[in-house]
Ligand binder design. Structure first.
Ligand code: ADP
Ligand code: MG
Length: 739
């Protein structure tokens, strides 16, 4: 048993402040393991919540056990108070390395057998005559009743049993520290804490019908009744979500109050941005319209825009981004447009130029009529830009001669100096956190640039509010009119693969193009998967010798990659074999078939993203999810069943938002928060998918509190303020740049 050397001081402000966090002062064997688990303070320990509870309030006699067992049904785990009648020496089970230990325990009403496996120490702990509480599963072994590997607690004179007569918490154990040991430490620590401070004002607590934090923490560990755990959990979930929202809203508001942005004039009818929209070869969708209005509104504010455009694949986010850029350019500022890959940057460059040509006349004309042309000057800067070109471009950018600079993340990382950056667009970037924003800020000279982040990772609004709660959100759900739905099917095995090849051939004959996507780049010994490289050669030689087959993967030199992409875009190759480098943004409307090999290897959202590369033109499109799994085994093997279900879900739904949700449910939310990088506190009990109402409530309460008390200076908010700072890394709340 662990010995608590000294409890923490009375009335400490648990959860309240990192500076005042009391270190755990626990001696004995538990100290090391606790530290290893990252539990260094009283607060850490008390927030190590149990996974479940076990009801050990019931005691039964041996006779009751027998009656219960023989009246049929599963008796489950039971508890008896009994004496050890007999305990045999452990012996080796034949042909195995396991040992077994048998004994008999009993009370006045009868006796039953007990067995343990691989626990020889039990023979030393339980001598005949010793009394103990035994807790375990009751089973039937060859017609006689026995308890298998029961846990037990010895009864010594004068000492109260610890695990008996109460509902006990079960903790995620580690190799060094059992759930039992941890329970003991928790109990002692809780007993030594007089009162856990409550950061919520009484009024708020009453309004949301929440118990006090002191009660909640005690109950979640050691409830008197199992039902109480729900209410305790509710309170603690509320706290997690509320301080999270408080921090996010605080950060956002503080930024709005204190950071000097650029108030771009709202675009008039003859402005660059509006002329651009008027000249588009299509009508904007309603969602695009709304997003554009929101962007114009934000950019007009005196504080910088921080807006996230979340859009279904193919919903036309680029146009929204262009609009933002043109607002800035129209007002005499510069725009930066960042893409996650070179392929994508190059493609944006092409698209942007095409759209600008259309609206403002060709680039060449501008050179001739520089004085009259309004056409913005656009440059592309990537890793493959030659040193000489780069030098020139950087000079032009610094001189303010370039209106719009496109490229990869290098744009914010290397020594790129803008003359007057007005807006930065970050496309398809899942990893755009507080740090990157800081970098951008440093690029601003006369006021901080506006920031527009675009993502095709469709997440529901409540979820976005949790993860990106400090950004404003525009959602593009609607697809442009005239899109033909994509027919998605599942192909299992060789025969159906042949059919897919036939479909590709037929489409190419009609002038269309196809993607074939592989999970792997190279052949691998470890996994029996097809690889892009290996298959490209085979497909070109054996399957489609008469067609032009191209190959792109992430490891190619960018010039080669771009060459392949250009060839495909220009229709010079019929089939493009690829890895997931084409996952984001590649836009070739003539491509109508996509065959995805080993499709079960991909996540739902990823399959949807990939599929979004087709169905972009006026032709009907087909996506085939191919797998070598034997789907007939779905009834027997869980992993096959799961894979089958995933593929079916993608085949049946074209709704990225729905797929993203299913994906999150299956893979957990951790990765979503991970993607947000630092600046995001951890959620221990709250689950974004299951606590939507709570999130909404926490959000509006956070707004309400900060409306009334923007800096949380009121006496009743002091504890809240400390807690918020405790949960957010310091620099992430401190939004004002010094120097
Ligand atoms: P994503 O949101 O996936 O980035 P893009 O911006 O690449 O989508 O747009 C996909 C395609 O749809 C492009 O070819 C684009 O020109 C076209 N597009 C965008 N908006 C519309 C619209 N309102 N009507 C028709 N086509 C559109
Ligand atoms: Mg895009």
């Amino acid at each position: 048993m662990q010995e608590v050397v000294a409890g923490p001081p009375k009335g400490l402000e648990l959860f309240a402040s990192s500076r005042r966090k009391e270190p755990l002062r626990i001696g004995g064997r538990a100290a090391g393991p606790l530290k290893k688990m990252g539990l260094a303070t009283v607060q850490d320990l008390l927030q190590h919540y149990p996974r479940r509870h076990v009801d050990r309030t019931q005691l039964r006699t041996v006779q009751e056990l027998k009656q219960a067992a023989f009246s049929g049904g599963d008796v489950g785990e039971v508890q008896v108070h009994a004496r050890v009648l007999k305990i045999d020496a452990p012996f080796k089970i034949r042909n195995t390395k396991r040992t077994m230990l048998k004994g008999r325990i009993g009370d006045e009403t009868g006796a039953i057998a007990v067995t343990w496996f691989n626990q020889d120490w039990v023979a030393r702990a339980l001598r005949p005559g010793v009394e103990a509480f035994f807790y375990g599963r009751l089973g039937d072994y060859r017609g006689s009743l026995q308890m298998t590997a029961p846990r037990f607690e010895l009864i010594k004179d004068g000492s109260e049993p610890f695990n008996v007569g109460r509902i006990i918490p079960i903790y995620p154990a580690t190799a060094d520290l059992s759930s039992d040991q941890l329970r003991r430490v928790m109990w002692e620590t809780l007993a030594s804490v007089e009162q856990i401070m409550d950061p919520l004002p009484d009024g708020t607590r009453a309004r949301f019908r929440l118990m006090s934090r002191d009660q909640a923490v005690r109950i979640i560990h050691f409830p008197e009744a199992k039902e109480d755990v729900l209410a305790a959990r509710r309170r603690l979930v509320f706290d997690e979500l509320f301080t999270l929202q408080l921090g996010l809203v605080y950060r956002k508001r503080k930024l709005e109050r204190t950071v000097q942005g650029i108030a771009h004039p709202r675009p008039e009818a003859d402005s660059l941005a509006e002329v651009f929209v008027a000249q588009l070869p299509f009508e904007l969708t309603g969602d695009q319209r709304r997003a554009i209005d929101e962007v114009a509104g934000d950019m007009n504010m005196t504080y910088p825009m921080h807006r996230l455009v979340e859009g279904e694949v193919g919903s036309g986010k680029t146009v929204v981004a262009m609009y933002a850029c043109l607002i800035a350019i129209g007002g005499g500022r510069q725009a930066a447009f960042m893409a996650p890959t070179e392929v994508l940057a190059e493609q944006h460059h092409l698209t942007v130029r095409e759209l600008l040509d259309r609206a403002f006349g060709p680039d060449e004309a501008r050179d001739l009529f520089a004085s009259v042309s309004r056409r913005p000057v656009v440059r592309l800067l990537t890793g493959s830009t030659t040193a000489q070109d780069k030098q020139r471009i950087l000079e032009e950018v610094a001189a303010g001669e370039v209106d719009m600079l496109l490229g990869t993340h290098a744009l914010i990382q290397e020594g790129v100096e803008f003359k007057h950056l007005g807006v930065a667009v970050v496309d398809e970037q899942h990893r755009f956190g507080v740090h990157q924003r800081k970098r951008l800020r440093e690029k601003g000279v006369t006021g901080e640039p506006d920031i527009l982040v675009m993502t095709a990772t469709a997440i529901p609004r409540t979820l976005a509010v949790t993860v990106y709660g400090d950004l404003d959100l525009s959602i593009l759900r609607e697809l442009p009119k005239g899109r033909r739905p994509i027919t998605t099917s599942i192909a299992a095995g060789e025969e159906q693969r042949e059919q897919a090849y036939e479909l590709i051939r037929a489409q190419v004959r009609q002038g269309r193009q196809a993607f074939i996507v592989y999970a792997l780049r190279d052949e691998s010994d470890k996994v029996e998967l097809r690889s892009a490289k290996g298959e490209a050669a085979r497909l070109a030689a054996e399957i489609f010798p008469d067609l032009a087959v191209g190959l792109v993967h992430g490891d190619m030199r960018s010039v080669d990659k771009e060459e392949e992409m250009t060839a495909f875009r220009d229709g010079k190759t019929d089939i493009l074999v690829a890895t997931t480098v084409i996952e984001v943004g590649v836009d070739v409307p003539n491509a109508t078939v996509m065959l995805i090999e080993d499709a079960e290897r991909f996540g739902l959202a990823q399959l949807h993203q990939l599929r979004g590369r087709i169905g972009r033109g006026e032709h009907a499109s087909y996506c085939i999810l191919s797998t070598d799994l034997d789907l007939a085994l779905a009834g027997q093997e869980d992993n096959v069943a799961a894979a089958h279900k995933r593929l079916t879900t993608v085949a049946e739904s074209a709704d990225g938002f729905r797929l993203a949700e299913v994906d999150l449910e299956q893979r957990g939310e951790g990765q979503l928060f991970g993607a947000r990088q630092s600046g995001m506190p951890e959620l221990k009990l709250a689950r974004v998918l299951h606590h939507r109402e709570e999130i909404a409530a926490a959000r509006s309460l956070a707004e309400e509190v900060l409306d009334a008390d923007p800096e949380l200076r009121a006496y009743e908010h002091m504890a809240l303020a400390r807690e918020m700072r405790d949960r957010f890394p310091e620099e992430s709340l401190d939004v004002v740049q010094s120097g």
